[in-house]
Design a protein around this ligand. Structure first.
Ligand SMILES: Cc1ncc(C[n+]2csc(CCOP(=O)(O)OP(=O)(O)O)c2C)c(N)n1
Ligand SMILES: [Mg+2]
Length: 919
């Protein structure tokens, strides 16, 4: 809206006429209801627009609750009882953190966040959230990570956690001790936490795709249709993360009415106010409404209702709208008298409204998120909403109840210590029956936990509520009740057999592998191919027609290519998840599918294929979250490696294999031949679906086309462990006597010089060529090892090394697999990959003692060119590998410096060429 239009809108040239219109609509509301009034207004707006009045209407509404008091659903609960329970939970959550910080080491933890959201959680636990049971698949709750002390405190009252457990907050390394992670980590509490959330933004984006996947399972007939929901709690500061809001339009577009966001708008983040000079609730209202969400503002508690009812002129509402969050925060920090003067005092009318209230009364005017009645009404409306997701914007006070120790103070987030005076005030405020004597001193014992006993009415009430709602929460299912039988390697015959003359890429081999699975009756329905607008790039468009693209509501248009065999088929029960250009969305969908065995007791087999450069590098944190929550499935990094001939620079991934290797339960492979792909896939499916191991796979796929040999005998175990002998250097005849041109600086007769070449991915084929060159030009015999996983090799090696340090008895000593392989094959070792040197260098320590180890890799910025030129530029092609082999033989004294010089000349290597990492 331009300034002129705004001015026009702000002035009222004819208040009488305005009044008449308002009265008319009031009459409609009282006679026919608000919906009819809404309908009439829409009609009027349409008419105005048709006449050229294209003024946009505000996406925001007044700064008051969306649900008016007369439409609030009433809670069936015992309000007094629930208040007492909440007080106990608040106390124990505070005690947990304060005690942890009175121990040596001051272990940290958070009080203020849960203090602001206690009511939001309690109403959910008492009335809305269903645990999985025979009658219901259960809701999925994403808790705001640093509110976890409050969740533990509830479990403590329920008897699920003991006093000792509570005292083990952030003590997670003591043997035999069940430590409680300060944030939700399924890895550490696998029967409790479901979704790791505290990396800000990851909770919300995961919640959206979990909700999408629940609908997907229903649409495909894999789960019955139910009213289960995904509830996601997030902070108002957290909304600044792109991941928090970046996918909300997906939820709006797909009408995910099984999704509810509760944003705890305590107006503060870590450093200070979220929007000191604005209003975060209004901002979020506009954003979510624009994305097609049902927005429920929950700003004011019941004590405000009489004041708002008396606000016939709208001046209080105007004041509410004008006041910025920084000022609202100050009101809660400085109390009733301050609020009277600085807030209500702004206008005589509002000052008059509170003239009869004491400062105490003004202080008690509560915010919506602290009023269980209002929270209940909002939740009730949210679960009834059809056709759109709901966001509840709940206004709260950060550090509620902490008084001078943190309430509404800028330092609230990090306040984890409370002195005894503050502890006593907290006790009084929440009526905890602990007497002063017990609170003497400043040690751990002077902040005791309080449990009223398992037979107390409070605990009995809590247990009864949870029984009614299907059981305890949080709860995480560790294993699915269903175990799928796994196809044998013979299922993959089509890719374990060689391709003959036909040239294909490993990407094609992987896609073929997926297609073979889609023919397996038992596994097929569980396969979830996930793409982010790159299906065609990777040759997966055949799946569009074959199994369809999931489209809630089905395909409502005739696709442009409808007359073709492989047309773009969208379907309500489509199997492919097409997430558009969003790797964060794709991986979140993959997490949802890969945790479905736990969330829905429905094991699935997701394959998420993406440009490898946009994987670990771009969405690495989500992949860590996937590992933490024991996601099972395949990540496929396509167009992998630095020598990918495409777009250059950051498109050229030279690091994903290295980064994948640091995620503990990620098995990372860089296969070269289609049979290697088959072996890895088959074993992965066995481990994940049959053994139900909590691992996931990262497999790279190349777009380079070449012929693939038949699977050699007995290679499967080596492939899985990370290396096997692919081609032994032939014969053992005397040096210089073979096809070599006798030019080597041979030092006497004897065995031919020998080297070991280790490689993977596209570079393995260069190593094979290098072996031929070495033999032909220098009479050097090279054994070529295919190493699909340097990562697995290094993990095995470090494990053996550690074992040996701890078990010095020679009889108990273990040998790293790399050493076992190489010790029977002599000569220096050269490893080369299409990744940074550090990747293959991981196995250096396990190369048998005294053997020279040279690593070639592709360190540096990527660039575009042909594959051949890139391999040359990064010094990992056959010539550079062969040259490195000659140089290492020379260093060992087996060959001479002039052999190295000859190699340089022979293969046109430029000694003056700058190191690729510098250019
Ligand atoms: C990605 C990420 N960046 C930073 C942090 C550190 N951090 C933890 S809590 C917090 C403030 C959270 O504020 P808000 O979202 O408003 O939550 P509140 O505690 O106020 O409910 C920050 C910055 C984090 N956990 N994750
Ligand atoms: Mg906040």
């Amino acid at each position: 809206m331009n300034a002129l239009a705004r001015e026009f809108m702000d002035q009222d040239p004819d208040p009488r006429e305005t009044r008449e219109w308002v009265e008319s609509i009031e009459a409609v509301i009282s006679a026919e209801g608000a919906e009819r009034a809404h309908q009439l207004l829409e009609k009027l707006v349409d008419e105005t627009r048709r006449a050229g009045g294209h003024l946009p209407f505000s996406p925001t509404t007044e700064y008051v609750n969306t649900i008016p008091p007369q439409l609030e659903a009433k809670s069936p609960g015992d309000a007094a009882m629930e208040w007492r329970i909440r007080c106990l939970i608040r106390w124990n959550a505070m005690a947990m953190v304060v005690r942890a910080n009175r121990k040596p080491g001051s272990l940290g933890g958070h009080i203020a966040s849960f203090a602001s959201s206690a009511t939001l959680y309690d109403v959910g636990f008492n009335h809305f959230w269903r645990a999985p049971s025979e009658d219901h698949p259960g809701d999925l709750i994403c808790y705001q990570g640093h509110a976890s002390p409050g969740i533990y405190a509830r479990s403590f009252l329920e008897g699920r956690l003991s006093t000792e457990d509570m005292d083990h907050l952030r003590i997670e390394t003591l043997p035999g001790v069940k430590g409680l992670p300060s944030y939700p980590h399924p890895w550490l509490m696998p029967d409790y936490w479901q979704v790791p959330t505290v990396s800000m933004g990851l909770g919300p984006i995961q919640a959206i795709y979990q909700a999408q996947f629940m609908k997907y399972l229903e649409a495909r007939g894999l789960m019955p249709k139910t009213d289960r929901k995904v509830w996601c709690f997030l902070g108002d500061g957290e909304c600044d993360e792109p991941e928090s809001l970046g996918a909300i339009s997906v939820a709006g577009r797909e009408k995910l009415d099984n999704l509810i966001f509760v944003i705890n708008c305590n107006l503060q983040r870590l450093d200070g106010p979220v929007r000191g000079n604005g209003k975060i609730i209004q901002e979020l209202e506009g954003v979510f409404r624009g994305a097609g969400w049902n927005v429920l503002k929950l700003i004011w508690g019941s004590y405000w209702d009489p004041l708002l009812a008396r606000d016939t002129t709208g001046v209080l509402r105007k004041l509410m709208m004008e006041t910025v969050d920084g000022e609202y925060q100050a009101c809660k920090a400085f109390g009733g008298a301050y609020t009277r003067e600085h807030f209500f005092g702004k206008y005589p009318e509002t000052a008059a409204m509170v003239a009869n209230l004491s400062d105490e009364d003004i202080w008690r005017l509560n915010r919506g998120g602290h009023d269980p009645h209002k929270v209940y009404a909002a939740y009730h409306a949210a679960v009834q909403t059809e056709g759109m997701p709901t966001v509840i914007l709940a206004k709260t006070v950060k550090g509620y109840g902490m008084g001078a120790a943190g309430e509404s103070l800028n330092i609230a987030h990090q306040a984890k210590k409370m002195h005894q005076d503050a502890v006593k005030i907290f006790r009084d405020r929440f009526h905890i029956p602990i007497d002063d004597k017990q609170l003497e001193g400043e040690d751990i014992d002077s902040v005791p936990y309080y449990h009223p006993g398992k037979d107390s009415p409070e605990v009995q009430y809590m247990l009864a509520r949870r029984k009614e709602l299907g059981g305890y929460l949080p709860y995480r299912r560790e294993k699915s009740s269903k175990t799928l039988s796994v196809p044998g390697l013979d299922t993959f015959d089509a890719i374990t057999k060689g391709t003959g003359e036909r040239e294909i890429s490993t990407t094609m081999a992987i896609v073929r592998g997926m297609n073979l699975l889609l023919r397996d009756k038992e596994i097929a329905p569980h396969v979830v191919p996930i793409v982010v607008d790159e299906a065609r790039t990777f040759g997966m468009e055949g799946m569009f027609r074959q199994i369809g693209i999931y489209a809630p509501g089905g395909q409502k248009y005739r696709p442009q290519d409808a007359d073709q065999l492989l047309y773009y088929r969208e379907a309500e029960d489509g199997q492919v998840l097409q997430e558009g250009i969003s790797e964060a969305g794709g991986v979140s969908a993959w997490i949802a599918a890969g945790t479905s065995y736990s969330v829905s007791d429905q094991p699935m087999l997701p394959f998420f294929i993406f440009y490898s450069c946009f994987g670990f590098r771009r969405i690495g944190d989500l992949i860590w979250a996937a590992g933490d929550q024991r996601t099972r499935g395949f990540l496929l990094g396509a167009t992998a490696g630095r020598s990918f001939a495409g777009e250059g620079l950051q498109h050229a991934d030279g690091d994903s294999m290295l980064v994948a290797g640091v995620v503990p339960n990620c098995k990372a492979y860089d296969p070269t031949f289609s049979y290697e792909v088959a072996v890895i896939m088959q074993d992965g499916i066995r481990r994940m679906l049959h053994e139900q191991e909590d691992v996931f796979y990262y497999i790279t796929a190349m777009n380079e086309n070449y012929t693939h040999p038949d699977i050699p005998a007995d290679c499967a175990e080596g492939i899985i462990k990370g290396m096997y002998l692919l081609k032994a250097g032939t014969g053992d005849e005397g040096r210089g006597t073979s096809k070599s041109k006798g030019k080597s600086a041979s030092k006497g007769k004897g065995k031919a010089p020998r080297v070991q070449l280790l490689a993977c991915g596209v570079v393995l084929r260069e190593a094979i060529k290098a072996a031929e060159l070495l033999e032909k030009e220098f009479g050097v015999k090279a054994d070529v090892w295919s190493c699909p996983s340097f990562t697995e090799l290094s993990r095995d090696g470090f494990d053996a090394e550690r074992w040996n340090r701890l078990h010095p008895d020679p009889k108990e000593q273990r040998k790293a697999y790399v050493a076992q392989c190489l010790e029977k094959h002599e000569g220096p070792v050269v490893a080369a990959t299409d990744y940074v040197r550090a990747f293959a260098d991981q196995v250096r320590a396990f190369v048998p003692h005294g053997r020279r180890f040279t690593v070639l890799g592709t360190d540096g910025y990527g660039r575009s060119d042909t594959r051949a030129n890139l391999l040359d530029f990064f010094e990992v092609n056959a010539h550079w590998i062969a040259h490195a082999a000659i140089a290492s033989l020379a260093e060992e004294g087996v060959l001479a410096a002039k052999d190295v010089e000859r190699a340089i000349k022979l293969w046109n290597l430029d000694p003056g060429k700058p190191n690729p990492i510098t250019v």
